[in-house]
Ligand binder design. Structure first.
Ligand SMILES: NC(=O)c1ccc[n+]([C@@H]2O[C@H](COP(=O)([O-])OP(=O)(O)OC[C@H]3O[C@@H](n4cnc5c(N)ncnc54)[C@H](OP(=O)(O)O)[C@@H]3O)[C@@H](O)[C@H]2O)c1
Length: 283
């Protein structure tokens, strides 16, 4: 597992439960952790001995500041020494650009020049992996949520904003459906694994709907309603860029083509599960 962050850690934990041997990397592994040190920015790479015997690699690191893929940039020669049977790459649905709220699927390619800079970098990283010669699967992900990373956290901290932009929706996915979809693919015959796969839930929705439902679950009051147009001027360029693209991303290839059943088809089931898990952890 290249990167043991939010998705990487959840996926590694699941694979270990299934009895698979997993290696993860972190840029600065904590003392006592089993993770290997890998940081493309300072050239720290794991030894060939530490990686020996690896057959499957999931890349969870995003493009670096120059837009390059950290793994291909710094670890490719190490990986070439292995007999890899599968490479999974976690990408984003940002590569579809703005679709004015319409549906998109894996066959709908956006012109590179129409994309946000970070999405264009992502597409180039996808292309680099697809042309690597390894059997690569690209998983295109929308906003990732799950236990410890969801709108209930910001509501509890009083940091939530109820911003609404007419007609704007966002797609999202619970982290356990990322894990589930990848595990599902790995159980398929290699020739049935698609090179490009959207892993998104079935319910694109305005962020105000999601925050409202999160507040309902917590039984707390909603922050003040703010029309996007009224606050756009005070948003950072980064925050503004998240509101630029409006699309509904189809999961038909995953659910109908490959027969994967989403654990959390919408944010409602997903947020309820997050709350249950967070409460169980608190004891
Ligand atoms: N967050 C979202 O809503 C979202 C949506 C769509 C797609 N994605 C993409 O999906 C992927 C997984 O997301 P995530 O939320 O699990 O990400 P994450 O928690 O930030 O994990 C990314 C991992 O990559 C490692 N990493 C980053 N830069 C690196 C570098 N230069 N060299 C070596 N390792 C590096 C990080 O190391 P450390 O552990 O040391 O930090 C971390 O383990 C990412 O590519 C992300 O951009 C995210």
């Amino acid at each position: 597992m290249i990167g043991g962050g939010y998705c990487g850690h959840r996926f590694a934990t699941r694979l270990q439960e299934l009895g698979t041997r997993v290696i993860t990397t972190r840029r600065n592994p904590e003392a006592g952790s089993n993770a290997l040190a890998f940081n493309s920015d300072d050239g720290t790479i794991p030894s060939a001995e530490a990686l020996a015997g690896t057959t499957h690699v999931l890349v969870t690191a995003p493009p670096d500041r120059e837009g390059q893929d950290p793994c291909l940039k710094a670890l490719e020669s190490q990986l070439r020494r292995l007999e890899l049977q599968w490479v999974g790459y976690l990408s984003t649905t940002g590569v579809y650009g703005d679709r004015k709220g319409l549906w998109v699927n894996e066959d709908d390619e956006a012109p590179l020049e129409s994309l946000l800079r970070r999405s264009a970098a992502r597409r180039r990283c996808e292309e680099a992996w697809l042309s690597s010669g390894w059997p690569v699967q690209i998983f295109r992900l929308p906003g990732i949520y799950g236990p410890g990373r969801n709108p209930m956290g910001s509501l509890r901290r009083g940091e939530s904003r109820l911003v609404h932009k007419q007609g704007q929706v966002f797609c999202r996915i619970h982290v356990d459906d990322i894990v589930g979809a990848i595990t599902h693919c790995l159980a398929l015959l290699a020739e049935r694994r698609p090179a490009l796969l959207n892993v998104v839930d079935a319910w694109p929705a305005p962020s105000s709907d999601v925050i409202s439902y999160a507040a309902h679950l917590l039984g707390c009051s909603l922050p003040e309603f703010q029309p996007f147009e009224a606050i756009a001027g005070e948003l950072s360029p980064m925050a503004l860029s998240f509101w630029r693209d409006n699309r509904r991303v189809s999961n038909q290839r995953l659910t109908q083509g490959l027969g994967y059943g989403l654990k959390y088809p919408s944010f409602r089931e997903g947020l309820r599960a997050c709350l249950n898990e967070e409460q169980a952890q608190l004891g």
